[in-house]
Write a protein that binds this ligand. Sequence first.
Ligand code: AMP
Length: 427
Amino acid sequence: MRTAVFAAACVAGAAAFAPASVPLRGNTQVARASAFTPTLRAPTTAAKVARAQAAPAITMMAKKSVSTMGDADLKGKKVLIRCDLNVPLDGKTITDDTRIRASVETIKYLVSKGARVAVSSHLGRPKDGPEDKFSLAPCAGRLTELLGQEVKMAPDCVGDKVKGMVDGMKDGDVILLENVRFYKEEEKNVKEFAEKLAAPYDLYVNDAFGTAHRAHASTAGVTEFLKPSVSGFLLQKELDYLDGAVSNPKRPFAAIVGGSKVSSKIGVIDSLMSKCDKLVIGGGMVFTFLKARGLNTGSSLVEEDKIDLAKELEAKAKDKGVKLILPTDVVLADKFAADANTKVAKVEDIEDGWMGLDNGPESTKMIIEELSECKTIIWNGPMGVFEMEKFAAGTFDVAKALAECTSKGAITIIGGGDSVAAVEKAG
Ligand code: AMP
């Protein structure tokens, strides 16, 4: 069993891919007795039946994969492949080459079919144009070693020089384009930039799973200009996995949605609501729900204009027989700071002047009990302000509980940059 760490369930670039058939993966799991929590409501039998009957009808659009393309499709073709080579660097030294190694399978496949391959990626967060410390040049060296053939570094990702290099490639050659984020048009998905990026090539492969959820020029924009646009093996593997795990989950299926605001997670909550059995709400958005229940939330983060939405979501959960789980106690702080004074209080006892920045220990225990019987768990967004030590326990303890569930056979899928950072921080 495994934990898939992904960036988000929505794959923007992949959305442009043509349909193809995708096999689903099976899995095994452990069931445990569920712990009853007095504050929570159990799903009605009718709702459970309705959901179980509806489950087989839920499917995700399958995407065309590079695996369906053979010599005839690829030989001599100029292929733009978007990988995620965003590796950690110490100066010019790559300290972890996992992402480069993960990209090799698809590149090797393209090379073996005689394609002419230009690899593109971002690296870090350059602020304003090219910066030497964010150059992908060190990755060209590592790719050369891993592929066993020279990978030339391009001076740019667009323009005449790049076109010249691409036109000069022979079948099976590989070059690495410079950081696409040296252009601010990349993240803004500017159409003209995407067109320039796509210009030298015949077709497009997206294998950048960690970036594919973002509609950037190199992940989504280029698909307007390159046909076909297909997924690489890495992306396909993750899509298959997510498709099987989320659309046809082993139950009970719990979704944990945390982070700062309801407004930014409404799509995720809404979509998971029709699939999951338990929905754990965490992070800052908790307080909009608590306020919607008529509780005092002190100076906690509350989206006043989303209180009605929180009420609607509670009603929807009830309607669908989804157990909506909110914390019963929280860690309060007298200011939003690492050195704040803190105390734990029941959610009914939040006083003015205090803000909730993490789940309390009773809530964490209850959440862990709820998760322990689940066979599929998907998690997006931290339970609290985990970046500050005093408010990290709720998130780290859930991370550890997920590791425990995984070791017992559950499928656990963790998404969102912050959740992934939290999991890494929690070890
Ligand atoms: P998001 O990008 O929406 O997933 O939110 C992640 C951010 O939410 C993290 O930086 C957390 O520090 C923050 N966060 C989590 N819980 C709270 C909270 N109770 N109040 C304010 N911010 C929070």
